[in-house]
Design a protein around this ligand. Sequence first.
Ligand code: AP5
Length: 225
Amino acid sequence: MPNPSPLKLVLLGPPGAGKGTQAARLLERLELCYLSTGDVLRRHRAAGTALGRQAADHMDAGELVPDDIVIAMLLEEGDDPRHGFLLDGFPRTIVQGEALEARLAAAGTTLSAVILIDVPDELIVDRISSRLTCPHGHVYDVRSPSGRAGACERDGESLVRRDDDHAEIVRRRLAVYRDLTAPLEDFYALRQLFLRVDGSRPPEEVFGAVLAALEGLGAGDAVAR
Ligand code: AP5
């Protein structure tokens, strides 16, 4: 049955800010369709689709995949937006932000909020160089028990390092974020949708701040346990 007042949320933030980590926590509370464009692109690459082949070189270089490819992918993969969603890694450019706005307007709805997880660059390089992921996108720190064991605690798959998680590529991804994605902060501030959360604290504290921000929006019933 559709959720009566579904939230429509975007998680924004630099690479390694903790978007995927917080998305997993939010999805334990909220029944929302989740779409991570990075995960979808990696699935296409692993399956060897034409889209995956088009995206590969851009991803490995730390660049964005061209807007037209990602927008077409989102329109194809996304469910009816009126039922609520959590987008992780989309939009990443003003053009993508405008495409999302047009898609929602066509469905007669709008975003509830854009949550920026803000983390300084020096922390990001440390986090990403310690990250392991499983093929389904579950994320671990190499120093955690699962990270040390090298196996995903949810599906038992082997944990690996992502191809774009090497230091020089991470620095390029950060520069791309500042040039192309950070302008979305003003785009959403103008629309009064922007919530900034300090992502430099431990994950459970960041999650508390995300929930508090959503409660401040009047979404307390949706996130209450
Ligand atoms: P994508 O997969 O979206 O990568 P990203 O945005 O660079 O983000 P990450 O997945 O690296 O990090 P995250 O913020 O989810 O952090 P995480 O929770 O894992 O995109 C990859 C590529 O795909 C892009 O470069 C681009 O080429 C392409 N792409 C994707 N979307 C696109 C689009 N819309 N347009 C064009 N191209 C697109 O956490 C990181 C680490 O930190 C983990 O080890 C975690 O355990 C740890 N951690 C998390 N939170 C904390 C905390 N609070 N304290 C300590 N450690 C923490």
